[in-house]
Design a protein around this ligand. Structure first.
Ligand code: F6P
Ligand code: MG
Length: 442
């Protein structure tokens, strides 16, 4: 039996979870309301009187939601009859059972991970309940803007990829490794560009991502990237015709997604992988997370860009999708509040699917929180222990730190960091490349 520490929660007054629920989440909700209001004539009024009413009702549900949050009301059941509604309501039931009968799960008392996910699902419910504009993505504007603000960096990384691929054939493994590690780091630091930590404020990549890698190395607290490389090499050497598959559990659209696509392209064109499966969200999530629409939009945008190597990349990426070398999947488990150690029991189909992978890359902070169950682990606890049995295949988290959970550090390191930089876990300045390989794979 593993003794599991408590879940991070806003009930710890003054904690990062507390500040998030108190300040950041209401700000995000206010922006959502504002976005719907501003788009009133563009999207809603197009549908005549029905649209006008839908806009009004959606806004009123969202204001009610914000009020429930701010006044720490009980978490309510969902009522929109979507494919995952029952799962959410069962989860609420479970949360209720964890408390004694007098108390109800609520915004400031329940686990932070749960209530934060629930807020994004309730935003979706407000829209679902009010057709005809129920598929309106309230975060689309912010994602688009962030993509365009990162244009310079996107041009730089696409040009870099073109340069690399020109000479990729016949490269000795040592050089291939060097390029791979660089692109892995670009994808890692791409994770700084998320819009949820900044409550939707501008957070784009402005300068060339390659130039800054050297000075950023110092901020990588755990760097298992050589093990990621060995896993790829070993998979390629095993069996007669290795069909190596890499899975990306995507995080943010915008610059981060482009860095993921660049890394995926490199994996395929260098022969390190034959197949890439991307996993994204089925509803708008944590402001900037990638949905299928964002994914397709990004490839179309790159293709249409008036820059030789960006559109060159776009054409390749479109072809990979058409040929099935790349594929996009959006299982609804990714937008549930569950810790990943629940996946085998609660989403066995997804778990089986991931077991076929040779390497799973989990992008970003939220995925790290779900990998480690978002709990107050001691920093020296091994990554494997925090995974609590979630071991579908060799896996690696590429994450910049934006929430106060971090495992796998040497003794004393966490304390040193706290002394030097009290907000080292939440400021997005530090990062980890943290790997785990189930023992039968090694
Ligand atoms: O509170 C910070 C936060 O919103 C976390 O909830 C979440 O873990 C993170 O930002 C989102 O980051 P990422 O896009 O890297 O998952
Ligand atoms: Mg995100």
């Amino acid at each position: 039996v593993i003794d599991v520490p408590w879940s991070l929660s806003a009930k710890f007054v003054g904690s990062f979870a507390y500040m998030t629920v108190k300040d950041r989440l209401p700000t995000i909700l206010t922006k959502v309301i504002d976005t719907i209001h501003r788009n009133k004539n563009k999207f809603f009024e197009e549908h005549g009187e029905e649209g006008v009413q839908a806009e009004k009702r959606t806004i009123s549900l969202l204001s009610k939601l914000r009020n429930e949050l701010q006044t720490d009301k009980p978490i309510l059941e969902l009522e929109d009859g979507m494919a995952d509604t029952d799962l959410w309501n069962q989860y609420l039931q479970k949360q209720q059972e964890l408390l004694d009968k007098q108390e109800a799960p609520s915004w400031f008392k329940s686990p932070w991970l749960y209530v934060e996910c629930y807020m994004y699902r309730r935003i979706q419910e407000s829209l679902h309940l009010n057709p005809p504009v129920s598929d309106f993505d309230v975060f689309k504007e912010a994602k688009t803007q962030s993509y365009f603000e990162s244009q310079q960096a996107i041009k730089a990384i696409c040009t870099h990829l073109h340069g690399l691929l020109e000479g990729v054939e016949g490269l000795p493994d040592s050089q291939l490794q060097g390029h791979f590690l660089q692109l892995l780091q670009v994808s890692l630091w791409g994770n700084r560009c998320d819009l949820s930590i900044s409550a939707g404020k501008e957070n784009a990549q402005k300068c060339s991502p390659i130039d800054s890698l050297e000075e950023l190395k110092h901020f990588i607290l755990v760097d298992d990237s050589s093990m990621v490389w060995s896993t790829l090499m070993n998979s390629n050497m095993s069996g007669e015709k290795p069909q190596v598959r890499v899975d990306f559990i995507l995080d943010n659209a915008g610059f981060e997604l482009v860095t993921d696509l660049v890394l995926a392209d490199f994996l395929v064109s260098s022969g390190l992988a034959r197949e890439i499966c991307f996993h994204g969200k089925s509803i708008p999530w944590f402001v900037s997370d990638t949905t299928r629409k964002d994914f397709d939009w990004t490839i179309k945008q790159t293709l249409a860009t008036n820059h030789r190597w960006v559109s060159w990349c776009g054409a390749r990426w479109q072809k990979y999708m058409k040929d099935g070398v790349w594929s996009f999947h959006s299982h609804l488990f990714w937008t549930l509040p569950h810790e990943f150690c629940d996946m085998a029991a609660d989403a066995p189909d997804l778990h089986n699917f991931l077991q076929q992978s040779h390497l799973i890359l989990f992008k970003g902070d939220l995925n790290y929180r779900k990998l480690t169950s978002d709990r107050a682990w001691d920093h020296t606890v091994p990554f494997q222990k925090a995974l609590r049995g979630f071991e579908p295949a060799p896996l690696c988290s590429l994450r910049t730190l934006k929430a106060n959970v971090q495992v796998g550090l040497p003794p004393g390191r966490g304390e040193d960091l706290t002394a030097q930089e009290p907000d080292w876990m939440t400021g997005g300045r530090f990062a980890v490349v943290q790997f785990f390989c189930p023992s039968n794979e090694q």
